[in-house]
Design a protein around this ligand. Structure first.
Ligand SMILES: *[C@@H]1O[C@H](CO)[C@@H](O)[C@H](O)[C@H]1NC(C)=O
Ligand SMILES: *[C@@H]1O[C@H](CO)[C@@H](O)[C@H](O)[C@H]1NC(C)=O
Ligand SMILES: *[C@@H]1O[C@H](CO)[C@@H](O)[C@H](O)[C@H]1NC(C)=O
Ligand SMILES: *[C@@H]1O[C@H](CO)[C@@H](O)[C@H](O)[C@H]1NC(C)=O
Ligand SMILES: *[C@@H]1O[C@H](CO)[C@@H](O)[C@H](O)[C@H]1NC(C)=O
Length: 472
């Protein structure tokens, strides 16, 4: 009697706990999201509402596209947010819509698919004429948007993992038919925010806004092996009014590379990158630059302001890359308060970078490099202070460098500065600069003045947004 009573009690307890777990599986999780955004959204949904499965093996490409297509109905009704819960969400390329926020939970990983059928091929960029890896088209980026307005990709430091190894191997073996995809690309778009995410192992560039304006990139961590090919961090390309701040980048290529098209294609397209702020960036890139200007700069690069930049174990601090045939210009560049540890070159300018889109470039299309200002910097353990190579008959002009202290490495080059075809002045710079950049008394350094007025993107304030999400 006693025994059977006990058994029935146990069964009852078991049943209770079973029904309890069934209930909790059915119950929707309630989560409140807090974030800052250029705009908040009136509507929200979870990827799980559209059949998304976060198991790391099920493809969610269709779920993402269905969700975004559905939420695009709210474009004119306060916009919508798509929430990606904790889990591993495998997906190929998908496209966003306007007045839209993609929000990744802190434990969400958006895993880039390794199935090439999940990556539609699109035309090369008109300002480049051809793809970077192959002449034909290019794979659409993982998160893509074109002709959009008001779009946010953010999260609570959620992760986007490009799983780039397969692509890097194909690149090294010359087996790519098309140019590798980027992780995030927006084309012809206005008012973009990319914030508070970690980007891992991109197949190629990480963040690529192109032909776009009013862009904020904030609080992004980018990690890729230092030997991975072309894993540039953030590449504003023919963009106006961009603010990149509070980012930490370790990569196999330039941490930030400012671009505007390639040779005759970039000249014809004629769209510069201008009004760009880069601040509070930390960069580790032993084989590339902290901030590169070019080499594709044929539409022009103008009014770039970089401040409070830290570089560690990085090849160069600021690098200008150009060539005969590029045309275009790099002018009004202002960089201040850089701190650098263990660098090959602090300043590097290369006028013979080569690397042409094709043979049809015009060798008489000479780039104009003018108004390059660097001040208030310190560096230590440096192999060579500066290597400045302009173009014969086309000198790089109005270079102004002041208050820069460069500590040389034990195994430094004997000649710390080499300069050809450059013109400008310096003041309070050690070690002593080359004769082409003669030292001025501080009161003669007027041309080295930095602009006092702020850029319009600096006036943009983010709003506090919150929304409560119920999801399975
Ligand atoms: C990013 O996260 C930080 C710290 O949680 C927060 O202060 C900031 O507002 C966030 N920025 C954006 C653009 O979401
Ligand atoms: C996007 O905008 C560009 C430039 O205005 C235009 O040439 C192109 O046709 C537009 N594309 C789409 C898909 O609307
Ligand atoms: C975001 O995650 C990365 C990778 O785990 C980490 O290195 C970074 O410190 C995190 N950032 C913030 C603001 O928590
Ligand atoms: C020179 O630069 C250092 C930082 O590298 C800064 O602390 C100092 O104030 C600067 N001096 C002047 C006169 O601006
Ligand atoms: C200086 O740089 C060399 C590489 O060029 C590196 O091996 C060494 O550890 C660095 N020293 C310091 C003190 O950072």
């Amino acid at each position: 009697m006693e025994f059977s009573w006990m058994v029935s009690l146990l069964v009852a307890v078991a049943l209770l706990s079973l029904s309890g777990s069934v209930d909790s599986r059915k119950a929707r999780i309630l989560e409140s999201l807090e974030y800052t955004g250029i705009n908040c959204r009136a509507h929200s949904a979870s990827i799980t509402d559209f059949g998304g499965v976060g198991d790391g093996t099920t493809s969610n490409t269709k779920a993402f596209q269905d969700a975004i297509n559905h939420l695009s109905q709210y474009e004119t009704e306060g916009g919508a947010l798509l929430f990606v819960p904790a889990g591993k969400w495998l997906a190929g390329s998908f496209s966003l819509t306007s007045h839209f926020t993609l929000f990744l939970h802190k434990d969400a990983v958006l895993l880039a698919s390794q199935d090439q059928n999940e990556w539609p091929v699109i035309k090369p960029l008109p300002s480049y004429g051809r793809g970077r890896d192959a002449a034909a088209g290019r794979y659409t980026s993982l998160i893509f948007g074109t002709n959009l307005t008001d779009v946010i990709v953010t999260g609570d430091n959620g992760t986007i993992d490009g799983q780039g190894e397969l692509w890097w191997q194909k690149f090294h073996k010359g087996k790519l038919k098309y140019t590798r995809p980027y992780l995030i690309e927006f084309m012809y778009s206005n008012t973009i925010q990319i914030s508070n995410l970690t980007l891992l192992n991109s197949p190629s560039w990480n963040i690529h806004p192109v032909y776009s304006s009013n862009i904020i990139v904030q609080g992004i961590t980018i990690l890729a092996p230092i030997s991975s090919p072309n894993t540039d961090g953030i590449n504003p390309d023919s963009c106006t009014n961009t603010r990149i701040e509070d980012c930490y980048i370790v990569s196999g290529d330039d941490c930030v590379a400012v671009k505007s098209g390639w040779d005759e294609y970039g000249i014809a397209f004629g769209m510069p990158t201008r009004q760009l702020i880069i601040r509070r960036l930390t960069c580790i890139s032993p084989y590339s630059a902290t901030i590169a200007l070019g080499s594709e700069m044929s539409g022009g690069i103008e009014d770039v302001r970089a401040e409070d930049i830290t570089a560690v174990h990085t090849e160069s601090g600021i690098r200008i890359k150009t060539a005969r045939g590029r045309g275009g210009y790099v002018k009004d560049i202002y960089v201040e308060r850089m701190t650098m540890h263990t660098m090959k070159w602090v300043f590097w300018m290369t006028g013979n970078y080569g690397s042409h889109a094709d043979k049809n470039y015009d060798p008489n299309a000479l780039p104009v490099i003018q108004g390059i200002n660097y001040r208030n910097m310190v560096a230590d353990n440096v192999t060579m202070a500066a290597r400045l190579e302009g173009i014969a008959g086309d000198p790089f002009k109005e270079i102004c460098i002041s208050n820069v202290t460069i500590g040389m490495a034990v195994k430094a080059k004997k000649v710390p500065w080499t300069c050809t075809d450059v013109e400008g002045i310096t003041s309070s710079v050690t070690p002593r600069p080359c004769d082409l950049l003669p030292d001025q008394e501080p009161e003669n350094l007027k041309s080295c003045n930095f602009p006092a007025e702020k850029l319009p993107i600096d006036m943009v304030e983010l709003q506090k947004c919150s929304s409560s999400m119920k999801y399975m």
